[in-house]
Design a protein around this ligand. Structure first.
Ligand SMILES: NC(=O)c1ccc[n+]([C@@H]2O[C@H](COP(=O)([O-])OP(=O)(O)OC[C@H]3O[C@@H](n4cnc5c(N)ncnc54)[C@H](O)[C@@H]3O)[C@@H](O)[C@H]2O)c1
Length: 337
């Protein structure tokens, strides 16, 4: 399949009847991390329906190819800067999405300081920008704020079970600090904030290379080349995988809603073991790979599954794409040109 056709297909899954095109068409959006895996789909979807995007990204974890094709788009403006140090004063916009962060466990453990700063200093800068202009801001938080959760499926009301000084703390605690800062700006300065906690998302543009690769993309690459599929731990740990069009659609539904000062889980509630994921990927790719086991990652949560009743009730959002369809689309993307 041609890459351009896969982009159109993914965008049509994002931009369904629930999207209020008038909301996006009439506005300008500053999107930090707008060239990343999730950010590039948000940027592209908004440009497609006529909104204006100011994408602030330093390409620290994403390739420029994610947005190369958007550079000619009249509504897409790329600001190649670190959100921690960027001067945003000349950007006029109506709404901010803050996604800049280093979400891959291997990557953030190699760059713990650079991982904390976009969530701490970067969040403070963007909140202050929104306070000055009286505009809303949506924040990409994570299921990792729940740590090794004891309540499964995990509702937004769960407080978390996180190691504050462990190897993952530069990410978990960065997001937890950011959530606290967002709520503080809301309470003290009336900045309208929207916090979405994303659970594992996969699909076109999720990187598979090197230490960056996350489970779905890494397994797909290993299975497609009949190499061993490496599972860290015994494979009994669970995750819930949401296809990118569903996650991005959930984020846009939240953005366009009148809900503010709320926290909402966005994820797929189909919980499965990592071993089941490896087997599903082997089936879709018709692979001869063996599954091999390596020592577990430190502080790896045993189970992860979202309770999405809040998103369902308040946003009428629910994921639509099943795992095999999503894996096939990701495989098509990886083999497309
Ligand atoms: N993909 C998931 O499964 C998932 C799950 C939970 C939370 N999230 C959150 O969603 C957001 C987007 O994640 P993603 O999967 O698209 O990852 P990604 O790495 O593809 O995107 C992050 C983007 O932020 C940019 N960036 C990082 N630090 C920056 C900085 N200091 N200044 C400017 N740009 C910077 C990167 O270059 C990249 O383009 C992140 O905040 C992440 O924590 C993602």
């Amino acid at each position: 399949m041609r890459r351009a056709d896969l982009i159109d297909k993914t965008l049509s899954l994002i931009l369904d009847d629930g999207i209020k095109t008038n909301f996006f068409r009439s506005k300008s959006f500053l999107i930090s991390g707008g060239a990343g895996f999730l950010g590039s789909w948000i940027s592209e979807a908004i440009c497609k329906i006529g909104g204006t995007v100011y994408c602030v990204d330093d390409f620290s974890t994403s390739p420029a190819t994610n947005v190369d094709h958007l550079r000619q788009h009249p509504n897409f403006h790329l600001i190649h800067e670190n959100i921690v140090t960027a001067d945003l004063s000349a950007i006029n916009c109506d709404f901010v999405f803050h996604l800049a962060s280093r979400p891959s466990p291997e990557d953030y453990q190699l760059h713990p300081v650079e991982s904390l700063l976009p969530n701490s200093t970067g969040s403070q800068k963007l909140l202050s920008y929104c306070k000055e202009r009286g505009i809303p801001i949506a924040f990409a938080s994570t299921s990792e704020v729940y740590g090794d959760a004891r309540v499964i499926p995990t509702p937004e009301s769960y407080w978390g079970n996180v190691n504050p000084v462990g190897l993952r703390s530069c990410y978990d605690e960065g997001k937890r600090y950011a959530e606290a800062l967002f709520m503080a700006y809301s309470r003290q300065y009336n900045v309208p904030v929207k916090i979405f906690r994303i659970f594992n998302t996969y699909g076109p543009r999720l990187r598979a290379d090197g230490y960056y690769g996350r489970a779905v993309s890494r397994f797909l690459m290993q299975a497609s080349s009949n190499k061993d599929i490496t599972i860290f731990g015994d494979g009994k740990q669970t995750r819930s995988f949401c296809f990118v069009s569903d996650t991005v659609r959930g984020i846009l539904y939240f953005a366009q809603s009148t809900l503010v000062n709320e926290v909402i889980n966005i994820g797929n509630p189909e919980e499965m073991t990592i071993l089941q994921l490896a087997q599903a990927i082997k089936e879709v790719t018709n692979s001869k790979s063996d599954v091999v086991f390596a020592p577990p990652a430190p502080d790896d949560p045993k189970r992860r599954c979202p309770d999405i009743r809040k998103a369902n009730e308040l946003l009428s959002w629910t994921p639509k794409i099943d795992l095999k369809t999503g894996i096939q689309m990701t495989l098509d993307w990886n083999t497309s040109s």
